[in-house]
Design a protein around this ligand. Structure first.
Ligand code: NAD
Length: 237
């Protein structure tokens, strides 16, 4: 089994699977749909151009749903890892639900944005969702009055903080991927890149599937059960 200590540079990548036990559906659960919506209707810039009110309805609902959810033992295990490893720990998430931050992680890169914020199409400023008037079909920027969009990276857009992510992949000793199907790029390529650059790699997933050769260690099971065991093991060694 891969071992780590206080000096190990660890990077963790999470996907929708880690939030499944908090009651938030993954894409996979719903056959490529996100809460019954085809992603092309709600998660592309074209969808927003076609029907911004419908896209806003969808994300207002997702935001409310995420706020009602609670971090689960999988999120909490990653928060313990950060407390233990400090600056040697980094978390990259594809999730937009904010549960990692609520579990206590602060070294988090939300590469696909966050349901917690809206972005102004004119002045580019970010506003917390709970600070804006959500009654209009298309909410307005509190700073300049222009239309807001959800602060979500849609298909076809560049994920956030890619340079930082690149540096993390180059520098890490161990790379762990949790609850992601590995179909959404560029995140799907991170584990391979980290492995080729010399990191040891491990994956945690409910389904065994076919593990690529660049995953050194695979742990099958629910993230909320498997992660606490892995972390306990590491911290006790
Ligand atoms: P995905 O839905 O494509 O894959 C989820 C993966 O998690 C699957 O491989 C599944 O086997 C695994 N899984 C399911 N339950 C699990 C559990 N309890 N423990 C461990 N693994 C489990 O998700 P993805 O790869 O993250 O890609 C989906 C995209 O959709 C992401 O870009 C994300 O931004 C977005 N999304 C986010 C949320 C969220 O923020 N919670 C929810 C749905 C979709």
């Amino acid at each position: 089994m891969i071992k780590i200590n206080e000096n190990t540079k660890l990077v963790v990548l999470t996907g929708a699977g880690i939030s499944a036990e908090s009651g938030l559906k993954t894409f996979r659960d719903s056959d490529g749909l996100w809460e019954n919506y085809p992603v092309t209707d709600v998660a592309t810039p074209e969808a927003y151009q076609r029907n911004p009110a419908m896209v806003w309805r969808f994300y207002k609902e997702r935001w409310k749903q995420a706020r009602q959810a609670h971090p689960n033992p999988g999120h909490e295990a990653l928060a313990r890892l950060e407390t233990w490893l400090g600056q040697n720990f980094s978390l990259i998430t594809q999730n937009v639900d904010g549960l990692h931050t609520r579990a206590g992680n602060s070294r988090v890169i939300e590469m696909h944005g966050s349901l917690e914020n809206a972005l102004c199409l004119s002045c580019n400023s970010r506003s917390p969702m709970d600070s804006i008037n959500l009654d209009p079909d298309i909410p307005a920027c509190p700073k300049c009055g222009a239309s807001l969009r959800p602060d979500i990276v849609w298909f076809g857009e560049m994920p956030y903080r890619m340079q930082e992510i690149d540096a993390l992949l180059q520098a890490c000793d161990v790379f762990m991927v949790v609850g992601t199907s590995g179909v959404v790029y560029p995140a799907a390529g991170f584990v391979m890149t980290a492995s080729y650059l010399g990191a040891k790699t491990l994956a945690v997933n409910l389904e065994a599937g076919e593990m690529p050769h660049f995953v050194d260690e695979f742990h099958q099971g629910k993230a909320g059960e498997v992660l606490p065991r892995i972390v306990e093991n590491w911290m006790e060694a």
